[in-house]
Every structure is written in C-alpha cells, then in structure tokens.
Ligand binder design. Structure first.
Ligand code: TA6
Length: 289
C-alpha cells in the first residue's frame, strides 16, 4: 500500500482513545492523551514498542510505555510534575496537509498549563510512517512575548524479548550523568551497553545514531535536534516497586530517549524549536551482534 492509500482510524487500546495509522503494511497507534505513541508494528509484523500490561490508561496518570512526550521539563529537573505536563494532557489531531507528516497532534498553552508554567506556546507532534521506519518530530513555538527555556524528551520504550540479550552500541566515549549513582559524571568505556541492573543515564551531546542489537535483529535509533540521549532500565528492584509495571516488566523494555536535559533550550518570542527521533528496523546484515 502506498502513502496515498494510508488509513487513519479511531481505535481503543487498553481502554484509551487512540488513532491508528496504517501505511505500507506498517501501523502506529497513538493515544490522544499525551499524543503518546503506544504501538508501532513495522511491515514485518513485530511490535517494537513496550506498553506495560499494568499501564494506567484512564487519563489520571502518565501511561507506562510507548513514547511519552516529556515537556517542558525532563524528569525532576525543575519544579513541574515529573517529566512535565505534555504527557498528561489531551492533544488535538491536526490536519497534516501542509506538512510531510502522516499524522499531526497539537497542544496549546491554556489557563491550566500557565498555572504550572507561565508561558505561551504551541506544540506539535508529527509522525511519519514507512514500511520499516517511524519518525516522530516534536516542535514548539513560543507564542508569547518573552523568551522561555525548557527541557524534554521523547521517552521511547522499546520492546525486547529479554534484557540480558540486548546491547546498545554507539555511545562509546560519550560523557554521561549517572542518575542511578548520585548523578556522577562518567565516560562510557564500553563498546556496547548491557543491562545487568538499574541503568539511568543522560549521555551528553550524544552521537546522532545508536543501535539496539538483539538476537532477533537490530533497530537504528537516530535523533535530530535533541542534544542528549537517555538510556533507562529500572532493573528488578526498582521495577518491583512500580505499581504500573509487572515484576518481570523490566526484562522486556529499554528506554532510549531523544532528550534535551543537560542544557535547557531557549526559545525566543515568535521562534520555534524542533527535534525528532527515527526508529528503523535494520536489514539482517547490519544486525549481527
Ligand atoms: O528518563 C529516565 C527517567 O527520568 C528515569 O529516571 C525514570 O524515573 C523514568 O524516567 C520514568 O519516569 P516516570 O515518571 O515515567 O516513572
């Protein structure tokens, strides 16, 4: 099926209102709550995103899994709710006609956002789908008359069969802040990261592409605009204390996030910022471990 024959349908996933887009044998499902991608199934038919079986999908709290949009604050880097408010707001679908994207969501500042964060903004989340790739682009325009700064991320939860079998390459030599060890600043010494316990790292000024290798194949994770790459897996102990994760949930996910965390981005009045992440299923010859 070609792009012109793309299909967008309203669906419910785990009880939440979503929009599903199908193109070239691939599909992506996005919740209106948070404009959160919950499912991405490329044309090979395999789900690539993790959505916790215990995710809360009633609009009362963030959804554990998929691709939460963290804005205007990454994690606890400020006084806002953790990871900001974009992931707990209802977004609107917008006509993608004037863009290259297949699906576009928008979120504007209102009284509620201004009560938390006193700035005027218009945010967009644009999705482009192909047979083996998913591109997500977040952009924000300053619609007020004073500059603002923000931090944020596309907090992508990748589905994996078994955490002990995966390796993430591409970050060797990169400086990182180790949030799992009192925010120590370290340098990545390993050619590939493996996950034997909690990993919670912000890689500063990270390379534009990292590769997640698994016995089933490899996934390229590329970013633009976002300076940093966050890598997170809670490990068994933290996971056991998370009410919206099954005890074994940590074994089936790893977050590789396009983030702007170390240095806040500044946006002048009338100006826009944008950043994105592209996930691509790699051909078998580039997948060898
Ligand atoms: O991006 C990594 C991180 O900030 C971790 O520290 C971890 O807390 C994770 O996000 C999940 O945060 P959440 O608020 O969704 O539980």
């Amino acid at each position: 099926m070609g792009k012109s024959e793309s299909r967008i349908t309203p669906v419910r996933q785990q009880g939440i209102d979503c929009v599903r887009l199908g193109i070239e044998g691939a599909s992506v499902t996005v919740s209106r709550f948070g404009a959160q991608v919950l499912s991405w199934v490329p044309a090979d038919g395999k789900e690539r995103l993790f959505l916790s079986e215990r995710a809360v999908c009633d609009g009362t709290s963030p959804i554990r899994g998929g691709v939460p949009i963290c804005f205007p604050q990454f994690s606890g880097l400020g006084g806002l709710p953790k990871h900001g408010f974009a992931r707990i707001r209802e977004w609107q679908t917008t006509d993608p006609a004037d863009t290259d994207a297949d699906l576009v969501f928008s979120l504007q500042s209102d009284q509620q956002t201004r009560s938390l964060w006193p700035h005027a903004f218009a945010a967009r989340f644009a999705i482009s789908l192909s047979a083996l790739g998913l591109t997500m682009q977040f952009s924000v325009r300053n619609t007020g008359d004073a500059a603002f700064t923000f931090t944020g991320a596309l907090h992508t939860y990748l589905r994996i069969a078994a955490i002990e079998q995966v390796a993430l390459s591409g970050l060797s030599g990169c400086e990182y802040r180790d949030a799992a060890d009192a925010d120590a600043i370290r340098r990545e010494r390993n050619a590939a990261i493996r996950f034997e316990a909690e990993v919670d790292r912000v890689y500063h000024d990270a390379p534009r592409e990292v590769v997640l290798k698994t016995p089933e194949g490899a996934l390229s994770i590329a970013s633009v605009g976002f300076a940093d790459t966050v890598v997170w897996n809670p490990g068994a102990t933290l996971c056991a204390g998370m009410p919206d994760m099954a005890p074994h949930g940590y074994r089936h996910m790893v977050c590789v996030e396009a983030a702007t965390a170390r240095l806040p981005v500044s946006v002048q009045p009338g100006q826009s910022w944008s950043g994105g992440q592209t996930l691509t299923v790699m051909p078998p010859e580039r997948s060898v471990r």
